[in-house]
Ligand binder design. Structure first.
Ligand SMILES: *[C@@H]1O[C@H](CO)[C@@H](O)[C@H](O)[C@H]1NC(C)=O
Ligand SMILES: *[C@@H]1O[C@H](CO)[C@@H](O)[C@H](O)[C@H]1NC(C)=O
Ligand SMILES: *[C@@H]1O[C@H](CO)[C@@H](O)[C@H](O)[C@H]1NC(C)=O
Ligand SMILES: *[C@@H]1O[C@H](CO)[C@@H](O)[C@H](O)[C@H]1NC(C)=O
Ligand SMILES: *[C@@H]1O[C@H](CO)[C@@H](O)[C@H](O)[C@H]1NC(C)=O
Ligand SMILES: *[C@@H]1O[C@H](CO)[C@@H](O)[C@H](O)[C@H]1NC(C)=O
Ligand SMILES: *[C@@H]1O[C@H](CO)[C@@H](O)[C@H](O)[C@H]1NC(C)=O
Ligand SMILES: *[C@@H]1O[C@H](CO)[C@@H](O)[C@H](O)[C@H]1NC(C)=O
Ligand SMILES: *[C@@H]1O[C@H](CO)[C@@H](O)[C@H](O)[C@H]1NC(C)=O
Length: 416
């Protein structure tokens, strides 16, 4: 009767010692590789730092080891190619965390901020991977350089950005970003566009609030913008969601939507969306790639190509569309160009020529005769706008009559 108690007691004590500290030190002589010991766990086991697998390769980062997809919340060097299985992570003499791979030169995953040397490292239960000096001062932390995600207890300071991943299986930089702007606005943009209202597809509507506004996420799922002196500028969610056994993360997803998720760590893959912007799935500009346009389908979306265009890459909507006849057809008198309507769509305003006071037929003819013209938009005030390819940021709009109608040039394949 006494024997089972005798065995259980030391185990329970060990467990309490580890969790009550909220951290356990990682030995600086420890080494990680993808195929043997691949990560260091946080005390609760919910977070891990080390190698996680995507496809045939590996990435270094912080991830949720118990989720079936090994959801990553931070990734080092996301735009380098994935790592081979014979890569290693180890600390060097100065306490820098070095990634060694046969494919490339050594790189530093974590380098202490100042001249002090790393005394210890820890994967915390918050999801923050930290290096300490001998005074227990944090000298490096993964929370300082978020990729696409912030976790409870983490913030996005002014001028910092989160960049979406290319897809759930590819952590490299994708199409969209969230930026905490220096005017106090949290805004979402397609990557590579100017940070202006014309290109943004959602913002917090909090302009003129100075350069020091920060986006915060608390460990109870409270997501908000904070001004200096602790002034609440905007509350996106409310305080007091359950904290026990819950993880909250805010992420800009590959589809351009910024979502706050909760994750119940006691159940497998129990994720739920607590807040998301924008709610229109077609709002993220460029979701369907060049020459493609987004169409809402219930709560979801689909991508369509302009008439006469086909998908560049089957099954990859963001790859966009390309025309399947060559531009030389334009100069070939045996090929007649037709102008095909693309009803109820809107595109980036990128016309190269505008003509006024034309009838619709005159507008279409003006494009047929012009080898530079690939599409025209004709509007109710008889304005005719000429466009070149590629067209981007296309989407279907509900009320087609308030927008100029687009016509795109298609080759007559019978004579081509
Ligand atoms: C590491 O693996 C790559 C291919 O995965 C191989 O080409 C290389 O020789 C290996 N290097 C070492 C040191 O084992
Ligand atoms: C490291 O330095 C950067 C830039 O100076 C700063 O933003 C960050 O807070 C520092 N991190 C730590 C852990 O001191
Ligand atoms: C913003 O923060 C910086 C650095 O802390 C400070 O120098 C500056 O005065 C602040 N500006 C405002 C308007 O609060
Ligand atoms: C935002 O939340 C904070 C903290 O709960 C609260 O003090 C503040 O009044 C809220 N602001 C708004 C506009 O609801
Ligand atoms: C895991 O990834 C697959 C795609 O690879 C996705 O369809 C699925 O929803 C993901 N599961 C979770 C729980 O995120
Ligand atoms: C889809 O196409 C885009 C743009 O060409 C590319 O960056 C991305 O890697 C592709 N995704 C997949 C899953 O092949
Ligand atoms: C272009 O695509 C259309 C529709 O997919 C097809 O009917 C036509 O034959 C294609 N033309 C050429 C020149 O490939
Ligand atoms: C049509 O074009 C005119 C001239 O540029 C412009 O003022 C007007 O707003 C346009 N109308 C629509 C419905 O787009
Ligand atoms: C375009 O809009 C008009 C009027 O808003 C509507 O009657 C028509 O069905 C729409 N067509 C498509 C293809 O969405």
């Amino acid at each position: 009767m006494a024997a089972p108690i005798f065995i259980l007691l030391p185990l329970a004590l060990l467990f309490i010692t580890a969790t009550s500290q909220g951290q356990k030190a990682i030995s600086l002589t420890d080494t990680l590789t993808p195929t043997s010991k691949s990560s260091w766990l946080s005390p609760s086991g919910v977070f891990a730092f080390g190698f996680y697998q995507r496809g045939n390769g590996y990435y270094v980062g912080v991830f949720l080891p118990r989720t079936s997809n090994k959801t990553a919340v931070w990734t080092y060097g996301r735009d380098s190619s994935s790592l081979p299985s014979n890569s290693t992570l180890r600390f060097d003499g100065g306490g820098r965390l070095v990634l060694q791979s046969a494919q490339a030169q050594d790189t530093y995953v974590a380098t202490p901020n100042d001249t002090t040397v790393t005394a210890s490292a820890s994967m915390l239960d918050s999801g923050n991977f930290v290096l300490y000096n001998s005074d227990q001062k944090v000298i490096w932390q993964s929370f300082d350089t978020p990729t696409d995600t912030i976790l409870g207890g983490q913030s996005l300071p002014a001028s910092k950005e989160l960049h979406s991943s290319a897809s759930v299986t590819d952590p490299s930089t994708g199409l969209f970003l969230a930026i905490m702007q220096l005017d106090g606005v949290l805004a979402l943009y397609p990557k590579g566009t100017p940070f202006t209202g014309e290109y943004g597809y959602w913002d917090s509507k909090t302009p003129n609030n100075g350069p020091n506004v920060t986006l915060h996420l608390e460990d109870d799922g409270f997501l908000y913008l904070l001004k200096p002196q602790g002034v609440y500028l905007a509350n996106f969610t409310s305080q007091g969601l359950p904290k026990e056994d819950m993880i909250y993360l805010a992420r800009i997803d590959p589809d351009g939507i910024f979502r706050l998720y909760s994750y119940d760590i006691t159940r497998n893959d129990d994720w739920s969306v607590k807040w998301d912007v924008p709610t229109d799935r077609c709002s993220p500009k460029g979701l369907c790639g060049l020459n493609g346009f987004c169409v809402n389908v219930g709560q979801d979306y689909e991508c369509q190509c302009l008439p006469g265009f086909v998908s560049v890459e089957d099954g990859n909507r963001t790859a966009g569309c390309e025309r399947n006849f060559t531009a030389e057809s334009c100069k070939n008198p045996t090929v007649s160009n037709n102008m095909q309507p693309v009803p109820n769509t809107t595109w980036e305003d990128d016309t190269y020529s505008a003509l006024t006071s034309l009838t619709k037929d005159e507008c279409l003819e003006a494009c047929r005769q012009d080898c530079n013209c690939e599409a025209v938009a004709y509007n109710v005030s008889q304005s005719c706008y000429k466009w070149k390819l590629p067209l981007r940021f296309g989407r279907r709009v509900p009320d087609g009559n308030s927008n100029p109608q687009l016509y795109v040039k298609v080759g007559d394949t019978r004579s081509g």
